[in-house]
Design a protein around this ligand. Structure first.
Ligand code: NAD
Length: 474
């Protein structure tokens, strides 16, 4: 959308939030301007032979901030990709990384295609061609700019990117760290696929762990028994729902996808629904559920927590008034427009901001990048040592007490940390600490509007600190 249109564009919306929060900091104006703008925007077109014709594909890579390198951010495949959207998403990446203490600048990529319209081979061709453009302009590399999956892409595309990069950079010892979100068998890390959804779960759980904050919304503390509605059953939405259900005992009462919205107030089993959708190609008709007449009415379903996990601009001035939930956990980037946020605020709806809520993906991407640079899986050095120490300790306790534990208990008590244990523990710690830092900032600075502004304040102070340390600003 343009500047002259009634609504703010996505990037303008992000910057409006930025400006609000900046007023609560003492960062000099010039430095704020430096942080806010995009450092480098690469807009490209390239031809790809599809069938018997050539198609010219439009694509982008935006590096928002170079205060830390490499820059980091996913690649989106969608027919709606545009320059403004990629700039907004790149900016959010800078703030997100700062917030969760991941030492990267922000970036984002976008390829303007609808993946459904292409075969796997054609998608491979497009992905490899896009990667070649990035290599040619130094927009990819372990120390420069490191892509990851986003809407419309996954580990398959990341494997193609790595292979293309390695073909051009033969012998580069750290090449595997040029992209994250790779398949486990190709230098990926355990727990990356689920990471964003798992982070969403940890974040909601942490918010609800504060009894006073839950009570202020008329809710009991804790995630167990809370009703949730998910929009978008892709990577982020499916793991957010499934983990909240399995580990948190939340009740998923509604799911919205492209084909429609289904409800069941007794709960929808997400793992079974995913299997059903894989077999039938739709969520509609899932046993025990009703289909709403209008797909868009997912926002109006009676529930405690709405989890928009599809795309930006889903809750707008047109539908914000219909929201009945008390909490919106922004799993997608920018799902609530800045103007809709004002309406939700007057209704007393709490929004758990995207830049915090979906930071699990980039956090585990950071672990993957570190793993690639160290050329060794996590846990390799210490797992056996831990197991032997714990086993010795347990034997000593058994000898001294004359009691023996069962072999099952022994397995649990002497388990040394595997890669997946360490990844989940690092992610949980990151999400808990980041939320507590945001909450503390909100409580300390009485006039800050909401959690989003508090999250921005935390992020901006960290980024400005980096610029000062770099000696770029006094
Ligand atoms: P995805 O492509 O795996 O899934 C998105 C799902 O949303 C798809 O199933 C699609 O059919 C559905 N969808 C699209 N429009 C819809 C609509 N109007 N109504 C209902 N469903 C709709 O994408 P993803 O990776 O899960 O990303 C989703 C969001 O999360 C994006 O905003 C993305 O930027 C953000 N995000 C993703 C990651 C990640 O690690 N994948 C990390 C951080 C943020």
């Amino acid at each position: 959308m343009s500047n002259t249109s009634k609504h703010l564009s996505f990037f303008e919306s992000v910057n409006r939030n930025f400006d609000r929060a900046a007023a609560h900091t003492s960062i000099p104006k010039g430095l704020l301007e430096q942080i806010k703008g995009c450092n480098a925007v690469y807009e490209m077109t390239f031809p790809v032979k599809i069938g018997n014709t050539y198609q010219v594909i439009e694509a982008f890579r935006v590096q928002h901030s170079h205060h830390r390198l490499p820059t980091k951010g996913g690649i989106r495949f969608s027919h709606m990709v545009n320059r403004d959207e990629v700039m907004a998403l790149a900016a959010l990446m800078s703030y997100k990384c700062a917030l969760v203490d991941v030492p990267f600048g922000g970036a984002k990529g976008g390829v303007k295609i609808s993946p459904r319209n292409y075969t796997e081979q054609q998608l491979e061709l497009i992905t490899r061609r896009y990667t070649t453009e990035l290599i040619r302009k130094n927009f990819i590399g372990p120390g420069l700019d490191v892509p990851a999956p986003d809407y419309g892409t996954g580990s398959r595309e990341m494997a193609w990117i790595l292979d293309t990069y390695q073909t051009f950079k033969h012998g580069e010892i750290d090449a595997a760290a040029c992209v994250t979100g790779k398949p486990e068998s190709q230098n990926g890390i355990k727990g990356r696929t689920e990471a964003t959804g798992r982070g969403v779960y940890y974040g909601i759980r942490q918010f609800l762990s504060y009894a006073d904050d839950a009570k202020a919304l008329g809710l009991e503390p804790g995630i167990a028994g809370k009703t949730m509605v998910i929009q978008g059953l892709g990577n982020v939405g499916s793991y957010s729902g499934s983990i909240s259900q399995v580990e948190g005992d939340a009740i998923i009462v509604g799911v919205s996808e492209m084909e429609g919205t289904i409800v069941n107030e007794k709960g929808i089993n997400i793992d079974k629904l995913l299997k059903f959708r894989k077999d039938k190609g739709t969520i509609l008709g899932f046993p025990g559920t009703k289909t709403l007449p209008d797909r868009k009415d997912w926002v109006a379903i009676n529930c405690d927590i709405l989890v928009p996990a599809a795309l930006e601009n889903q809750i707008t001035t047109e539908n914000a008034k219909k929201v009945k939930a008390k909490i919106i956990a922004e799993a997608a980037n920018g799902p609530v427009t800045s103007e809709a946020a004002d309406i939700l605020a007057t209704k007393g709806v709490v929004r758990l901001p995207d830049m915090y809520r979906n930071a699990g993906g980039v956090t585990v991407s950071y672990f993957e990048w570190l793993k690639n640079l160290s050329h060794m899986r996590f846990g390799r050095m210490e797992k056996r040592f831990q197991e032997n120490s714990l086993s010795n300790l347990l034997s000593t306790v058994e000898r001294l007490t004359g009691q023996n534990v069962s072999s099952r208990e022994k397995d649990v008590l002497t388990h040394g940390a595997d890669e997946i244990d360490l990844v989940r523990s690092g992610l949980e710690d990151t999400m808990v600490n980041a939320y507590d830092e945001i909450r503390e900032t909100l409580k300390r600075k009485k006039n800050i509007e909401d959690l989003r502004s508090a999250a921005f304040v935390v992020a901006l102070n960290k980024i400005s600190g980096d610029y000062v340390r770099l000696g770029i600003f006094p």
